[in-house]
Ligand binder design. Sequence first.
Ligand code: HEC
Length: 170
Amino acid sequence: MIKYPQIIKSLFLCLILVFSSMIHAEKVSPNHNGINYPIGLKNWRVISTSFRTDNKTQRVILGNSIAIKASRAGKTKPWPKGSILAKLVWKNSQHPKWDAAIVPGEFVHSEVMIKDTEKYKTTGGWGYARWIGLSQQPYGKNKSFAQTCLSCHTKAKDSDFVFTMPAKIP
Ligand code: HEC
């Protein structure tokens, strides 16, 4: 059997990973403002979690490597260019074996905010996008949907339009 050096094996593995994420990216349509579902989002690390008592949902807030670095270093005012924050939302469900445990049920939507002050200056320096349900349908009828996102996120203007406070991790 031919022995390939480790570097070739690693390169080959990288290619497989890149292609498999490209296949995923193609399946999900971009939002009306042209924002694509970020490649590799499912493998990002956690910044925080949150629960909403009004609509009984739970969320995880994830970040790409730029956002994670900034959040761990406490340098989020402002978040650096290229940061992407993602939020995955599920309806609350009761654990079948433990009544008091609330776990993720039906998947509601995924959302992202991409930091680029120039590119997204009409929406406060962040590009907004949302995909509905497990089938990940783009949200909204036209690109003006992002103004709705902005109108609510303006409440968090003093923390760079971001509500999430990175959770303390020991
Ligand atoms: C009615 C108010 C409201 C609207 C409208 C809204 N958001 Fe948010 N968003 C919030 C709140 C409150 C949080 C923090 C609590 C949580 O995790 O749900 C949040 C959190 C987020 C986060 C995690 C980062 C952060 O700021 O904490 C993302 C990403 C996000 N929203 C994207 C969007 C997108 C995309 C839209 C529009 C399609 C949108 N939001 C519309 C209220 C809103």
